[in-house]
Design a protein around this ligand. Structure first.
Ligand SMILES: NC(=O)c1ccc[n+]([C@@H]2O[C@H](COP(=O)([O-])OP(=O)(O)OC[C@H]3O[C@@H](n4cnc5c(N)ncnc54)[C@H](OP(=O)(O)O)[C@@H]3O)[C@@H](O)[C@H]2O)c1
Length: 340
């Protein structure tokens, strides 16, 4: 890859917020990529974003963006309840889709959208960038090779202390607020990646006055007795580490585990005998480049999914989140019409 011979892929970006800036910044580092267009609810915001990244076209609607012939992949970076609207338009226009996490704000919406993506026969993926991190890929390979023996438990935590602001998307129910959908998706997807769909989900947490989860602890279990202890919070500066513990050893990811730069493998085949290996990685850009590269390559090859992050994993992770949200009593309103 990166030899300049491959088909150039055109990218269109939906929304101009925080993550749209970060990921578009990484798109500028991707080989054989054309930053084609952006859409915003506000034309001037779109124009200024386009100018910042040297994009030719700026639109005030997703409808216009998906009609742009220069766009091959639509990257959706609006709040979670607003994803489905843009994803559907892009798929119907035959454009590949990379959609931010959480894929939607509900299991029902996720299942409907995934079914639509499958029927469309167009590439579609949740932007779970963790799965493309070189250290996560290495750990996954080590687990598959049996280096840790049988995996018995997983721990993962993520979050931060977010200033309370009922209007901001992190807290606002209408914008999919709450810890589980914003940060909890990472630990849940991590556990699902390693152990598959759990048979039991237990959740405890604290709700805000507006009824979204400010923090939550999850205990998942599998029929073979495997467990995952997961944490998500918007109220405290949690470290953000993770571990995979098997019968022959363990892997520990230094915080923050969702884009690790350091991982430690402790090989402990018998009591008192330990060998420690340390792996480090320097991120490309802000860490999104490997995911963007994988998406571009899948689109070039005419594939509809990436094996690292299939749509079935998106549905399974959302199933766990939905169960936990139901236990906590979180209910989201129907998304407002676009542009509100
Ligand atoms: N992968 C990661 O590392 C990562 C990090 C942060 C967030 N995310 C995900 O990315 C998505 C966006 O998060 P963010 O932090 O970028 O949020 P943000 O800063 O609030 O930006 C969201 C953008 O979405 C657009 N938008 C469309 N409909 C909207 C509505 N009804 N209300 C508000 N904004 C609306 C707005 O752009 P216009 O005004 O231009 O339309 C807004 O700037 C979320 O799903 C989040 O989970 C991922």
């Amino acid at each position: 890859m990166g030899d300049g011979q491959e088909r150039v892929i055109g990218w269109g970006v939906v929304a101009t917020g925080n993550i749209a800036h970060s990921v578009t910044g990484d798109l500028t580092l991707l080989e054989n990529a054309r930053l084609a267009a952006v859409s915003s609810r506000d034309k001037e915001r779109a124009r200024s974003f386009a100018d910042e990244f040297g994009m030719q076209n700026a639109y005030d609607s997703v409808e216009a963006l998906v009609k742009d012939d220069a766009v091959d992949v639509v990257y959706v970076a609006s709040p979670h309840p607003q994803h489905a609207y843009a994803v559907r338009l892009a798929l119907d226009a035959g454009k590949a889709v990379l959609c931010e996490k959480a894929f939607t704000h509900s299991l029902k919406e996720t299942e409907t959208l995934v079914a639509h993506a499958r029927e469309s026969g167009v590439f579609c993926m949740e932007a779970m960038w963790t799965r493309f991190n070189p250290l996560i890929i290495r750990a996954r390979r080590m687990v598959a090779q049996g280096v840790l023996g049988e995996v018995r438990s997983v721990t993962a935590e993520l979050g931060f202390a977010a200033p309370v602001d009922p209007v901001h998307r992190l807290w606002n129910p209408a914008l999919g607020g709450g810890a589980l959908l914003d940060v909890g998706i990472y630990p849940v997807s991590f556990a699902q990646m390693l152990l598959g769909m759990p048979s039991q989900v237990g959740a405890v947490g604290t709700l805000t006055e507006l009824g979204v989860d400010a923090e939550a602890g999850l205990m998942l279990s599998w029929p073979g007795g495997q467990r995952a202890h997961l944490e998500a919070t918007l109220t405290a500066p949690i470290a953000g580490g993770a571990s995979i513990v098997g019968t022959l050893g363990r892997i520990e990811f230094s915080p923050r585990f969702h884009h690790p730069v350091r991982m430690v493998h402790v090989d402990a085949p018998e009591r008192g005998v330990e060998r420690v290996e340390v792996f480090e990685d320097t991120p490309e850009g802000r860490g999104y480049v490997p995911m963007l590269r994988a998406v571009a390559q899948a689109v070039r090859e005419g594939r509809t999914q990436c094996p690292e992050m299939p749509l079935s994993d998106t549905v399974d992770a959302m199933r766990v989140l939905d169960d936990a949200l139901n236990q906590l009593g979180v209910e989201y309103p129907e998304p407002a019409p676009p542009g509100r």
